[in-house]
Design a protein around this ligand. Sequence first.
Ligand code: FAQ
Length: 325
Amino acid sequence: MYAQMVQSEATQDDPEKLAAFQARIDAGEKIEPKDWMPEGYRKTLIRQIGQHAHSEIVGQLPEGNWITRAPTLERKAILLAKVQDEAGHGLYLYCAAETMGVSRDELTEMLLDGRMKYSSIFNYPTLNWADIGAVGWLVDGAAIMNQVPLQRTSFGPYSRAMIRICKEESFHARQGFDAIRKMAEGTSAQKKMAQDAVNRLWFPALMMFGPSDKDSVHSAQSMAWKIKINTNDELRQKFVDQTVPQIEFLGLDLPDPTIKWNEERGHYDYSDPDWSEFFEVIKGNGPCNVDRLAARNKAWDDGAWVRDGLLAHSRKKAARQHAAE
Ligand code: FAQ
């Protein structure tokens, strides 16, 4: 159905319609699902929103891994609530993507057979409890840096989903900072765990913003359509500038010895992540890619009886209604 939709849309890209569409974007109007849109706009949104939704769902796995091992009842309750929020974010985003004519099942199938991506960060393991603090603080922190501007994205349903998601992500980042702060201010063994978490997750967090601007395939068109509001490097720099003082406040060592305040630029200088590692991870060769997809495939297969049951129930209900009419 998705392939059919894309083909039938291709006929609509006439120059006059394109110019009128761009004028609406330039005037800051929101595009709604029933409005005319270029096929490329629709495809880009399905790719980005779908990928974002998958990230929220796959992102539950590294954190869910620690629910049974949280150190206190309070931390367990907070983590449970956070992981549930991520499932909710996935659902808002799948709903936003569905308004463009692609179903949630189709999107899920594309994730499960590797045709769609999810964020590179979730292919890294969470090895100690401090990683859970670091995920909330660094990973949700990076996610917010990217998502706050997306509240102003040009597609109405995506923009509205982002407003709610950002509120919840802010709570996530604060709980993460609070958790890692406890570790950083704890015993020397706890402080060591916090440092280890920051050392391992720093560069993967920087990768979340995507490749450097010179290698970004979609940024120019996505920014012209206001699907993206900032470039990948702009957001990465903002994240570094916000996070370095927080690492210093925690009394932890900086995970990158090249980080240095640059008076002239008014920003921190820093080293890029290893981009060859990034491209390997998004090709499916990261430390946890196989496990993550296996877990999602298992969940999908295990849930088949629920989907079949719901479908049978709704078919029966429709048949009963039909007979009564
Ligand atoms: N991972 O041309 P660009 C979260 C791909 S939410 C994997 O620059 P674009 C919450 C990209 O798809 C995290 N792939 O691409 C949470 C493209 O390949 P394609 C998710 C990546 O789209 C916290 C190629 O590289 N957030 O964490 C990544 O213009 C804790 C070229 O790249 C969003 O999805 C990557 N990091 O910019 C949940 C936000 N970066 O598709 C649980 C919305 C790039 O042509 C626990 N998305 N690629 O095959 C975006 O803002 C954009 O899609 C970017 C990438 C900025 C991610």
